[in-house]
Design a protein around this ligand. Structure first.
Ligand code: ZN
Length: 132
């Protein structure tokens, strides 16, 4: 696991990613420094970003399963487009949620997340633009 240095206390720690739901399908992936509790946002995903992630996954597979060269090239082009779209979207989301403080449960229960279903829990590691 990646060993990073905390900006605040300069100590080293292993990243242990956690997820926090912000409602409306927005899920923030973050980690905290175990020494000083500084919080770092790794990335923020919404429904559209997750859709793009699935699309990218599908297109990546399609590149390998394509029966013709043309099909493969088409998938490769779409893949680049989708990756760019996702990168831009994630940048935007991160700007919109720069430092969401982890005041756990400070604001009371969140509205029921209607969209959350166990089937949607395909959180594959290594999202593009994630932590290094
Ligand atoms: Zn720290």
């Amino acid at each position: 696991m990646a060993n990073v240095q905390c900006d605040k206390c300069q100590k080293y720690f292993d990243i242990k990613q956690r997820e926090k739901k912000h409602g409306r399908g927005i899920v923030e992936t973050y980690f905290t420094c175990p020494h000083c509790k500084a919080k770092y946002t790794a990335f923020v995903l919404n429904a559209e970003a997750r859709r793009l992630q699935r699309e990218i996954k599908g297109l990546t597979q399609k590149q390998f399963t394509a029966s013709t060269e043309e099909e493969r090239e088409h998938a490769a082009k779409d893949l680049i487009k989708s990756k760019e779209k996702l990168a831009r979207l994630m940048e935007e989301l991160k700007k919109q949620h720069p430092t969401i403080n982890v005041n756990v449960n400070a604001t009371g229960p969140e509205p029921a997340d209607q969209r959350a279903s166990p089937l949607d829990a395909d959180q594959t590691a290594g999202a593009p633009g994630g932590t290094q």
